[in-house]
Design a protein around this ligand. Structure first.
Ligand code: ADP
Ligand code: NI
Length: 221
């Protein structure tokens, strides 16, 4: 059960994150955060995990994302410090957030706590399925990436730097990240939710190539 002061901090954090992310157009908008928090709560209720830090981390997880910020931005930390939270809780939340992000096919990103596993699973579920497809193309567009270029095959990046530096078309992102996520989830609840989302992306790709290569042999990947 959450205490009244904890509920107040969650509510203030929600308002803050909403004000920072509403209208964002690369798939990292307020509604992404909203879904990740709901998914994290759903997963956490099935596992024995500490809900307060999970919810705070879910709300704040994208505020300092490397894809949009200077590497040393501290928006989440500054926010947490402006609340009445104790140092120990602040550190716990920041530690969870630091373990959420995908860093390329070859980089192991296995969190060291159940709380971080749950937030990572929730974030990854929102990169899958119909919503995942919409977010991938929104992100690609925001970074001037082409939809698809049949000549450029996907690459399984060995390092985070290689993944960060990649400028490939968005269809490759499915092979470089999205289709890998199903086997990298930590909780059974997330794995169960991922099955349909994963299969939907595979069907989408099949149709995409069927339309694209209507008058020519498929030459990808
Ligand atoms: P992560 O921190 O694991 O990258 P995010 O919450 O920041 O997770 O969300 C990643 C979202 O951004 C995904 O939905 C994904 O589709 C999109 N994205 C990230 N990189 C790319 C890319 N290179 N091409 C297309 N979409 C991307
Ligand atoms: Ni996210």
């Amino acid at each position: 059960m959450l205490t009244q002061p904890q509920l107040e901090i969650l509510s203030a954090t929600t308002d803050f994150v909403k004000s920072q992310s509403t209208g964002e157009s690369s798939g990292h908008d307020w509604w992404h955060i909203y879904r990740v928090e709901k998914l994290a709560i759903f997963i956490a209720e099935k596992e024995e995990a500490e809900l307060f830090t999970i919810r705070l981390a879910a709300l704040l997880h994208d505020l300092d994302d490397w894809k949009f910020n200077e590497s040393n931005s501290r928006n989440a930390e500054n926010w947490l410090r402006s609340t009445s939270l104790e140092e120990e809780t602040i550190q716990k939340v920041l530690h969870i957030i630091s373990q959420v992000s995908f860093k390329g096919a070859g980089e192991k990103t296995i969190p060291d706590s159940m709380e971080a596993m749950i937030v990572q699973d929730a974030d990854r579920l929102d990169a899958l399925g119909a919503i995942g497809i919409a977010r991938a193309f929104a992100y690609g567009g925001s970074k001037n990436r082409p939809i698809f270029e049949p000549e450029t095959a996907p690459e399984l990046h060995k390092t985070f730097t290689a993944y960060q530096n990649s400028k490939s078309h968005t269809i490759n992102h499915f092979y470089e990240k999205l289709l890998l996520l199903k086997d990298r989830l930590h909780t059974k609840t997330a794995r169960d939710l991922a099955i349909e989302r994963h299969d939907f992306m595979k069907d989408f790709l099949e149709n995409f190539f069927e339309e694209w290569f209507l008058f020519g042999e498929k030459r990808f990947p």
